[in-house]
Write a protein that binds this ligand. Structure first.
Ligand SMILES: NC(=O)c1ccc[n+]([C@@H]2O[C@H](COP(=O)([O-])OP(=O)(O)OC[C@H]3O[C@@H](n4cnc5c(N)ncnc54)[C@H](O)[C@@H]3O)[C@@H](O)[C@H]2O)c1
Length: 263
């Protein structure tokens, strides 16, 4: 159970891909910390039900959004400005991760993955920039992954490219926006147990993932939300252009046999 400190009191946040999973955890944590939150997602029913659980329209609003589309990104930002008077924190967390070997990836599937994960990140930054720049304050936070920037696995050619691309974009955006009082950072989750992750993988595969994590468990959306809260808060004021790895130590071992064995 997390303790709350109202660290985001008075702030307005947009969480794209926030209807469930990691984004849901981030939106719930931000709301608990005092922020008013716009949840943008493709899934209307789940999104509407989720914002109702956060406290209703004065506290949280849902807007149907396909973040690969420029007009949708702009409408999501406008929702925050119109109903909550501004936008302080923009989280682009929407991501898709189909499992397809490179030899089988059709160009359309490549474009779809890059469209949501990478183009969506650019579109959120682009749409949020004028609002944050006018205020001289902003926190942009992008959900990257350990997959791409640090490690990879078969079936994730497009996904890895999209997430490595996000890390590159974070650096450029942080540099360009620094003079406007806007910080830009990312989070690289390891294996986080979410609806999306469970849907695409067998129980045996998930158990294998768990066994590869030095801290001995899969991550939760709350683990990522804690890092997002830090990056959204004033405590991270001097941090920009970087990512936080939240993976339970998964990317540390040199070999499969990383556990201490008795002599
Ligand atoms: N779960 C993991 O182990 C893990 C690990 C590393 C990175 N990530 C990243 O974290 C993010 C969230 O993953 P998750 O596991 O919570 O996934 P999830 O599928 O459980 O949730 C993703 C949410 O994004 C929404 N979404 C999908 N496409 C969208 C679009 N075009 N526009 C707006 N919303 C859209 C979905 O409807 C859903 O609500 C993704 O970017 C993913 O790549 C996840």
């Amino acid at each position: 159970m997390s303790t709350t400190s109202q660290r985001l009191d008075g702030r307005v946040a947009l969480v794209v891909g926030g209807a469930r999973g990691i984004g849901g955890g981030i939106a719930a944590r931000f709301a608990a910390e005092g922020a008013r939150v716009v949840v943008a997602d493709t899934e209307i029913e789940a999104g509407e039900a989720f914002v109702a659980s956060l406290g209703g329209p004065e506290k949280a609003r849902f807007i149907q959004t396909d973040i690969s589309k420029q007009a949708d990104a702009e409408r999501a930002v406008a929702e925050a400005v119109t109903h909550f008077g501004g936008l302080d924190i923009a989280v682009q967390n929407a991501g898709i991760y189909p499992w397809t070997l490179i030899e089988n990836i059709e160009p359309e599937e490549w474009d779809a993955v890059l469209g949501v994960n990478l183009r969506g990140t650019f579109l959120v930054a682009r749409a949020a920039l004028p609002v944050m720049r006018a205020k001289g304050y902003g926190r942009m936070i992008f959900t990257s992954s350990i997959t791409g920037p640090r490690v990879s696995s078969p079936g994730h050619g497009h996904y890895s490219a999209s997430k490595a691309g996000i890390n590159g974009f974070i650096k450029s955006a942080a540099l360009e926006f620094a003079g406007y009082g806007i910080t830009v950072n990312g989070i690289e989750p390891g294996n986080i147990l979410t609806e999306g992750m469970k849907a695409g993988r067998s129980a045996a595969f998930i158990k294998g993932m768990e066994d590869s994590i030095p801290l001995g468990r899969l991550g939760t959306p709350e683990d990522i939300a804690n890092a997002a809260l830090f990056l959204a808060s004033d405590e991270s004021a001097y941090i920009t252009g970087t990512t936080i790895v939240v993976d339970g130590g998964q990317t540390l071992p040199e070999s499969k046999d990383f556990r201490l064995t008795p002599p």
